[in-house]
Design a protein around this ligand. Structure first.
Ligand code: ADP
Ligand code: MG
Length: 211
């Protein structure tokens, strides 16, 4: 079983639909410890991705990832634009000519993306960022692969890890980004970027399982 290029395109469309539907929720999270624009940013970015998609959707998965990254980079202001932009641009490296991804290739793609976010944002574990979702997701993915799971089962584990990861940001004190200016007052709120990452992982799992 693999994740096909069509499923990757379906995933991006599902992300766009979710960010449109959950714009206010994400913005409310960012209002608590940020500047109330994260939902707006993600919706704007993925609306632009949908506009631009026809110009790069014929390419292999890497070309699509790169197109998404460049689009997000240029259309989202704020911290999340360069971070998610870098995520997708780096995710293009190992998938350059791929038309489908097996579980190992999917993990590699996400791992490269997360490494890009870390290179750019220098987040560490427990800093209350999107990485506190991506790290446990990668961990769960690798454990599932080592246990011989198929992609659907691995994605279920990845969603569970993402949900836990997003929740785990609530008691954390922010040490990166705008929320870090609040010091101890950032404790007690779920991180907006961790939540948008959760939404993306859920959208991937739902697209691949066909639900
Ligand atoms: P801004 O903070 O510029 O308003 P957004 O509101 O769109 O940008 O995005 C905020 C999110 O970006 C945070 O919730 C956090 O998850 C993520 N973030 C901020 N700084 C970093 C960083 N250095 N590394 C990883 N993620 C970060
Ligand atoms: Mg913000």
């Amino acid at each position: 079983m693999t994740v096909t290029k069509d499923q990757i395109l379906g995933w991006l469309k599902a992300c766009a639909a979710e960010f449109a539907a959950q714009q206010d929720y994400l913005t409310d999270l960012d209002r608590e410890i940020g500047d109330a624009d994260h939902g707006l940013n993600m919706n704007r970015g993925f609306t632009k991705v949908m506009e631009k998609l026809p110009t790069f959707e014929a390419q292999p998965i890497g070309g699509i990832m790169k197109g998404v990254g460049m689009t997000l980079m240029s259309s989202i202001g704020g911290a999340s634009g360069p971070l998610y932009g870098t995520f997708f641009i780096r995710a293009a490296t190992s998938t350059a000519s791929a038309e489908e991804l097996d579980l190992a290739a999917l993990i590699k793609m996400l791992e490269d993306g997360v490494a890009g976010v870390v290179m750019r944002g220098k987040a560490e574990h427990g800093d209350k960022t999107m990485c506190d979702v991506w790290w446990p997701v990668l961990q769960a993915a690798k454990e599932a692969k080592d246990a011989g799971s198929d992609i659907t089962a691995a994605l279920d584990k990845m969603v569970a890890a993402a949900e836990e990861g997003a929740k785990s940001t609530i008691p954390m004190q922010a040490r990166k980004g705008r929320a870090s200016y609040l010091g101890e007052r950032s404790v007690g709120h779920q991180d907006a970027g961790a939540t948008s990452s959760l939404i993306m992982i859920k959208a991937l799992a739902a697209t691949v399982s066909g639900s």
